[in-house]
Ligand binder design. Structure first.
Ligand code: SF4
Ligand code: SF4
Length: 255
C-alpha cells in the first residue's frame, strides 16, 4: 500500500505478440490483486487508464507504427517498465523472420498486395524506450513474474538469474540429454528461469528463454556439429528465440 492509502497501479499491455505473457499474468491475477490495482489491461478489462501507473508490463515486439505510439505513451506514464517475454526482450521469432524477409514481403504473403498494413522490422522494446526490467521466456515463468512484481512493489530492482539453463538442470540432478542422448540441447547458451523444464522430461532445450549472459555460441555450435548436426540447422535453432542474425553471421565457426 502507498503512503496515501491506495494500492499501487499496474498496467499490462501487448504489442505484437501472441498474448502468451498476457495469459500468464491473467492466470495469476488472483494472487496479485490483494496488493495492486489493475489500472489498465485491455486484454482482460474494458475500462483502462494508463496514467500514473507504478509498474507497466509490456509484451510483444515493436512491429508497427502504432506499437511505437502505444509504447511511448506507456513509458511516459509509468514509473517502472518491464519487458515481458522474448518478443519484448529480444524481438524473438518476428525479429529472426525479419532477417530473411522484408516486413512488406511478410505483410503481402499474408494479407495480399493491396494491404494497407505498414509493418516495421520487428524490434525489442529497448530499441525505442528505456526498459527497467527484462523478463524473458516464451512464455515467461509465473514464479519469475511474481518475484519481479514483489520486488518492484518494494521499489527494488529484481534479481533475475543470468546463468544458463544447465545450472538449473544440474540442480535438478537431471541426466544430460546433450551428452547422453546426443540431442541438440541449447541449455548451455539459454537463459535460466524455466527450471530446466525440457531436459527434465528428456527433451532438448530449444532456447525459448533467449540467450543467457555471454553465451558461448562458437563452442555450442562446434559441439552440435561434432554430434552430427549441420551448421545451417544449428544456426536456425540458435537464431529462433533471440540471438540476432548479426551475431550469428560473425561467429568464428562461419569464417
Ligand atoms: S541436458 Fe541440456 S540443459 Fe541439461 S545439462 Fe545437458 S546441455 Fe545443459
Ligand atoms: S528448457 Fe529451454 S526450451 Fe524448455 S522451457 Fe526451458 S528455456 Fe524453454
Amino acid at each position: 500500500m502507498k503512503s496515501d492509502g491506495t494500492l499501487p497501479k499496474i498496467a499490462v499491455h501487448g504489442l505484437t505478440g501472441c498474448a502468451g505473457e498476457l495469459l500468464v499474468i491473467l492466470e495469476n491475477l488472483g494472487t496479485v490483486l490483494p496488493y495492486v490495482q489493475v489500472a489498465s489491461f485491455p486484454f482482460a478489462q474494458s475500462k483502462n487508464d494508463i496514467k500514473d501507473v507504478d509498474i507497466a508490463f509490456v509484451e510483444g515486439s515493436v512491429s508497427q507504427e502504432h506499437d511505437i505510439e502505444v509504447l511511448n505513451k506507456i513509458r511516459s506514464h509509468s514509473k517502472w517498465l518491464v519487458a515481458v517475454g522474448n518478443c519484448a526482450v529480444h524481438g524473438c521469432v518476428q525479429s529472426s523472420t525479419c532477417a530473411k524477409f522484408t516486413p512488406q514481403e511478410m505483410v503481402e504473403s499474408v494479407y495480399g498486395k493491396d494491404s494497407a498494413i505498414k509493418a516495421l522490422e520487428a524490434k525489442p522494446l529497448s530499441s525505442y524506450v528505456e526498459v527497467d526490467v527484462s523478463l524473458s521466456g516464451c512464455p515467461i515463468d509465473k514464479n519469475q513474474f511474481l518475484a519481479v512484481l514483489a520486488s518492484l512493489l518494494k521499489d527494488h530492482l529484481p534479481y533475475i538469474i543470468e546463468r544458463p539453463v544447465c545450472l538449473e538442470c544440474k540442480m535438478r540432478e537431471n541426466g544430460c540429454v546433450l551428452i547422453e542422448k546426443n540431442l541438440p540441447c541449447l541449455g548451455p547458451v539459454t537463459a535460466a528461469g524455466c527450471g530446466a523444464l525440457c531436459p527434465s522430461f528428456d527433451a532438448a532445450c530449444y532456447g525459448c528463454f533467449g540467450p543467457c549472459k555471454d553465451p558461448q555460441l562458437d563452442a555450442m555450435t562446434l559441439i552440435l556439429q561434432e554430434k552430427g548436426y549441420n551448421l545451417s540447422d544449428v544456426l536456425v535453432r540458435l537464431g529462433t528465440f533471440g540471438i540476432p542474425e548479426a551475431v550469428l553471421s560473425n561467429l568464428d565457426v562461419r569464417r
